[in-house]
Ligand binder design. Structure first.
Ligand code: DQA
Length: 149
């Protein structure tokens, strides 16, 4: 599948710019800048090139997916609340045909019922939730084909 020096697009959805101060009991105290720095360091260890973006706007995330269709070899996306209802974002993932992993900081299975449904997951190669930063790192590993099972 994807080998060394792969190029990965990492996307954070709405409200994730507020990480650190936003519901720390749910999302932890790490800021988005700190999270991104950890992602960058991990990617470098894995010899992967990453481009990381956050947007509060559905259309911006869709544009970023389109714009990176030729550059990226895989996508790690935390669609945040868009997870639960954005068919447009789902269609963008399908349209570019890149292997995509959906990740979440929190355990979406054990929160409000509306969070259990993801409209994005069916078009992804996997979903990892409830592991904080590790959700993203395991998402990268999954794309790099290093994850077992
Ligand atoms: C989230 C979970 C979503 O349900 C929520 O809307 C978010 C963050 C997570 O990372 O745990 O904004 O995607």
């Amino acid at each position: 599948m994807i080998t060394h020096h792969s190029r990965l697009l990492v996307l954070h959805g709405p409200n994730l710019n507020l990480l650190g101060s936003r519901e720390p009991e749910v999302y932890g105290t790490m800021t988005l800048a700190e999270l991104n720095s950890e992602i960058e360091q991990f990617a470098a260890l894995k010899r992967a090139e990453v481009r990381i973006y956050q947007s509060n706007h559905e259309g911006k995330l869709i544009d970023l997916i389109h714009e990176h269709a030729d550059w990226a070899e895989g996508i790690v996306i935390n669609p945040a609340a868009l997870t639960h209802y954005s068919y447009a974002l789902r269609d963008a993932v399908t349209a570019v045909g890149l292997p995509t992993v959906e990740v979440h900081l929190s355990n979406i299975e054990e929160r409000e019922p509306f969070r259990r449904c993801s409209v994005i997951r069916p078009v992804c190669i996997g979903q990892i939730h409830g592991k904080g930063l590790q959700s993203y790192l395991r998402g990268i590993e999954l794309l790099l084909g290093e994850e077992e099972g």
